[in-house]
Ligand binder design. Structure first.
Ligand SMILES: Cc1cc2nc3c(=O)[nH]c(=O)nc-3n(C[C@H](O)[C@H](O)[C@H](O)COP(=O)(O)O)c2cc1C
Length: 347
């Protein structure tokens, strides 16, 4: 097996990454996941044009704290010059540990302008972007790709080799095509082939729902790092549990109800301290609350109440009320939405 090294210090031989996720992997959640064992985090994807034009909303999403390191800033766009400018600005103003290029986003409004996975239809463009970005920043440049644009153009090894040749230092593969969006399964055999073919570290991504899946992914693919997205929703402790499995040490059981609520409240406090608009932040936070209570007895009613909160103070009251009437013998609700069934518009 090839010995590969990461271009920035990572605390583990097989690091666990929190996947970049728009509207989810924001600074508070990144800090929470770090505290629960994620080794590396990445910002959600940010438009190179937005950064270059100093769009206020985009720049505000670049904020991170020292506790989040090692952290990568992910940028997207189809114009190599704009991508280079954005990378240079991000480096000068924010100094993350690496710059990540998004070649995976399937959303129409992005791919229409050849951004995200739209680039996968033109591998010369992919290489021009990586080269331009690498020239513009002294930081390591990494890439996140899908297995191809469509079934006919599916060629993860070919695409990954072109990224490596152009200067990518780490490559994450979400092993689905753009046309698959989030349907079917991520093809872990493809991750194995890419990990085998490349000299740079390869991160396996797609369909890790449990800590056991993270171990299975690593055993199946021998990937150099494991990237977890939707599997972290409402259960940031998945990282600590996955680490224990990878290390062959005892795995802590998942937290009980009171502890789960305590993590959700800790998350809420981080969001409250970070966001400037408290009502907007509480409304945005409702999705996380739904994920935290998934599987609890009578959670349909609990979720309904949490989905109406407009203020973080209400959340604590709802949790306290639930715990007061909680019967540990009651069976979990069968009517839970599965976070893995979330077919988001991005990624
Ligand atoms: C809500 C959501 C937002 C996403 N946003 C991004 C993004 O900004 N950049 C990116 O590269 N991928 C994005 N993705 C894709 C994830 O990073 C990941 O590749 C995908 O969810 C598959 O991994 P999983 O099965 O572990 O969730 C997003 C996914 C979701 C569910």
């Amino acid at each position: 097996m090839k010995r590969k090294s990461f271009p920035f210090p990572v605390p583990q031989r097989v690091p666990l990454y929190l996947a970049p996720m728009a509207g989810v992997s924001e600074s508070p959640f990144r800090r929470l996941c770090h505290a629960h064992g994620a080794d590396v985090v990445v910002t959600e994807f940010l438009s190179a044009e937005g950064i270059r034009r100093e769009n206020e909303a985009t720049i505000s999403k670049l904020r991170f704290t020292e506790a989040e390191r090692p952290i990568g800033v992910q940028i997207f766009g189809a114009d190599p010059a704009a991508m280079a400018d954005a990378a240079a600005m991000v480096t000068d103003l924010f100094a993350p540990d690496f710059v990540d290029i998004n070649f995976g986003c399937p959303v129409k409004k992005v791919v229409r302008r050849n951004g995200g996975s739209g680039c996968l239809r033109d591998l010369d463009l992919v290489q021009s972007i990586i080269r331009a970005v690498s020239r513009a920043t002294p930081l390591p440049v990494t890439c996140k790709i899908r297995s191809g644009w469509s079934e006919e153009m599916r060629d993860p090894v070919g695409i990954a080799l072109r990224c490596q040749d152009a200067g990518a230092r780490v490559l994450a593969l979400h092993a689905r095509t753009r046309t698959q969006m989030y349907t079917g399964h991520a093809n872990w055999d493809e991750i194995a082939k890419v990990a085998e073919a490349l000299d740079i570290p390869v991160l396996g991504n797609g369909d890790i729902k449990s800590p056991q899946d993270a171990l299975r992914m690593h055993e199946h693919t021998r990937c150099d790092g494991v990237m977890i997205g939707r599997g972290s929703f409402g259960q940031p402790w998945i990282f600590r549990q996955a680490r224990a499995l990878l290390d062959g040490t005892p795995v802590a059981s998942s937290p009980g109800v009171a502890e789960r609520f305590a993590v959700a409240l800790e998350h809420a406090r981080l969001v409250q301290a970070y966001e400037v608009d408290p009502i907007g932040a509480a409304i945005e936070f409702r999705k996380h609350l739904g994920w935290y209570v998934k599987g609890l007895p009578n959670s349909a009613e609990l979720r309904q109440r949490l989905h109406q909160v407009k203020d973080f103070a209400e959340v604590e009251g709802i949790f306290t009320g639930y715990l007061a009437g909680w019967n540990p013998e009651a069976s979990p609700s069968p009517d839970e939405p599965d976070p893995m069934s979330l077919t988001c518009e991005v990624g």
